[in-house]
Design a protein around this ligand. Sequence first.
Ligand code: SF4
Length: 55
Amino acid sequence: MVSVDADKCIGCGSCAAVCPDGFEMKDDGKAHVKDAKAPCIGEGVSSCPVDAISQ
Ligand code: SF4
């Protein structure tokens, strides 16, 4: 299960930039999981500077 901790997310957009199939930025300024099974999910998780994504 992949999830973004909205309290930790600083809205930098890195996860959605490296893995657009897996993450998307929404109007709340936070990243949201789009497809937890996207092949690039791990890269998105690794790209997060504040470790807001758990996998
Ligand atoms: S990389 Fe981390 S801090 Fe940046 S938008 Fe994604 S979840 Fe939020």
